[in-house]
Design a binder for this molecule. Structure first.
Ligand code: ADP
Ligand code: MG
Length: 559
């Protein structure tokens, strides 16, 4: 509101809340720190899990940073930006979400101290950006070459990624499954670069058995059963007919009245119907198909004819599955049975109905196109299976990252620590306030080895000193192996490996969010319009609650 000649001028709508300058910044930083704090204890192989309960009472148990933040309903705008950090990290590289959020929190915490020393936010953000660019260079330079042929590197990266999840006991087997899946879908693009699209890997989940029973199926799974008991349940060298249309007599679109005057006519009528179905079945038999997969229904009579011919039939298959099958088996999706010809059939080495818990599913394996794969996840409870799925997603992403980017580093906080050391050397060449900002950035990176140590119940300072000493001696991948509790000179040798791209992305996304938050000196929260009657917030309630708005709903145990 401004005053002009005694007349107040309203510039913003009444009720608009505005926080400015130092207050706005402190407020934002505090909210962002709360988010970082919330995920801190879940970092690393010794990190804890979180149990999240939503308003409907649904439970999620996870230690995946992105999932934790997705599940908690964050309202403060700066806190939301931290959630975005995790999301970006997840969508870009699929792992390192907790790392990036913790890093952003630490950068902000330390930036706050610089602000208190009256250093202008612009100086800080410029210094941070410079430091981040340099850090990326340093990480790139310390990386070891890897790629699709480096089986050991791929496997170690996948296992490291899963070592902080509940699947840790089965990580060896799951890593092999994920590598097999990625190898199946990986291909060279036009420029000779390897690309692996993880969307091509189908994930199926079924409660029961143990995580160890999770398997990789080279082919496709249909959660349907063979339609009639008389049909074969397993067919080798399957010639598959895929059809979109129903195998039954179509009902007329008009109301038709049929006047039957004698019993013979009924018989004639039925005979005609039978003949039509028999014709349809015959067309299928003649094509040489021994498996029929149909999107719609199949008449009982047709089923009977097909069963007699030893043909396996699956009906009411989803359109998307039919399309996948078409790609996998090379078969055409027919709309008319007149097209049932040998050249239009798909091929698979084995089509088999198997019992998975209480359901029967049809497995189509050894397909013509080996690029279609399914990971069938098993586990005791739904909560476990969901977390296994998240772990596998991370592992698949990590393998893809290594296949595409072809660079790895040792893990366990080693790359962050080494980058920090080299950044400090770089800072000394700068001078002035910029130097200060770059040094602060370097100090922030130490939060990763520190948090890993803390979560393992070790003394942070003690670990940091030991590690720094090793790094000074030139061991760039010296780290603390949380599984043995030892400081090792090369984390790669104990199999703790991470894709360089995950480390680089964590630095990029956390720096970006930090700089964005640091540049805000004015928060103007408009009045939220009233929601639909009955629901929504009453007018005037909107805007940003002062202080740590939004996070207040989280139980204290979550911190
Ligand atoms: P994020 O969401 O950031 O990936 P994680 O909980 O998966 O968080 O933890 C990843 C961190 O744990 C990485 O810094 C990784 O190097 C480290 N880590 C994994 N295995 C080990 C190990 N055996 N010893 C030490 N650190 C490890
Ligand atoms: Mg991880």
């Amino acid at each position: 509101m401004a005053q002009l000649g005694g007349q107040p001028i309203f510039i913003m709508k009444e009720g608009t809340e505005r926080t400015r300058g130092k207050d706005a910044m402190e407020n934002n930083i505090a909210a962002a720190k709360v988010i970082a704090e919330a995920v801190r204890t879940s970092l690393g192989p010794r990190g804890m899990d979180k149990m999240l309960v939503d308003q409907f009472g649904d439970v999620v148990i996870t230690n995946d940073g992105a999932t934790i933040l997705k599940e908690i309903d964050v309202q403060h705008p700066a806190a939301k930006m931290m959630v975005e950090v995790a999301k970006t990290q997840d969508s870009e590289v699929g792992d390192g979400t907790t790392t990036s959020v913790i890093l952003a929190g630490e950068l902000l915490k330390r930036a706050e101290k610089l602000l208190q020393q009256k250093i202008h936010p612009t100086v800080i953000t410029e210094g941070f950006r410079k430091a981040a660019d340099k850090a990326v260079e340093i990480l790139d330079a310390m990386s070891i070459k890897s790629g699709i042929d480096d089986k050991k590197g791929l496997k170690n990266a996948a296992m490291t990624c899963m070592s902080s999840k509940i699947v840790v006991e089965s990580k060896d087997k799951l890593a092999d499954i994920c590598i097999g899946a990625i190898e199946a879908v990986a291909e060279k693009d036009g420029n000779g670069k390897w690309v692996a699209d993880i969307d091509k890997i189908q994930i199926q989940k079924k409660q029961g058995d143990m995580i160890d029973d999770t398997s990789l199926i080279k082919g496709i799974i249909l959660d349907k059963e063979v339609v009639a008991p008389g049909m074969p349940k397993s067919i080798k060298d399957a010639k598959i007919l895929l059809t979109q249309s129903a195998i039954e007599i179509e009902k007329t679109e008009f109301d038709a009245k049929l006047q039957i005057t004698s019993p013979e006519q009924i018989q004639q009528f039925l005979d005609e119907e039978e003949k039509m179905l028999r014709d349809m079945a015959e067309k299928i038999v003649k094509s040489g198909a021994n498996v029929v997969i149909c999107q719609k229904g199949i008449d009982d009579m047709a089923q009977h004819f097909l069963a007699r011919a030893g043909i396996m039939v699956v009906r009411r298959v989803k359109k998307s599955d039919l399309e996948k099958l078409s790609k996998a088996t090379g078969g055409m999706i027919l709309t008319n049975l007149d097209d049932a010809k040998p050249e239009n059939l798909g091929y698979a080495g084995l089509v088999e109905e198997r019992k998975v818990m209480n359901d029967s599913w049809v497995f189509i394996e050894e397909c013509k196109n080996p690029k279609s794969v399914v990971i069938l996840i098993r586990g005791g409870t739904e909560l476990v299976i969901d977390e296994v799925e998240r772990a596998l997603h991370d592992a698949l992403c990590v393998i893809r990252d290594v296949v595409e980017d072809q660079k790895i580093v040792g893990g366990g906080g080693a790359p962050e620590l080494e980058t920090a050391i080299q950044l400090r050397e770089y800072a000394s060449t700068l001078g002035g306030r910029e130097q200060l900002a770059v040094e602060v950035f370097a100090d922030s990176l130490d939060i990763i080895p520190k948090t890993l140590a803390e979560n393992a119940g070790l003394d942070q300072i003690d670990v940091l000193m030991k590690l720094r000493a090793a790094h000074q001696k030139g061991y760039k991948f010296a780290g603390h192996d949380m599984e043995t509790g030892e400081v090792v000179n090369n984390m790669m040798e104990v199999g703790v490996v991470e894709p360089t791209s995950v480390k680089i992305q964590a630095i990029k996304s956390s720096t970006e969010a930090t700089c964005m938050i640091l540049r805000i000196d004015d928060v103007i929260a408009g009045v939220k319009s009233a929601g639909p009657p009955g629901g929504g917030m009453p007018p005037g309630m909107g805007g940003m609650p002062p202080g740590m708005g939004g996070m207040g709903g989280m139980p204290p145990g979550m911190m």
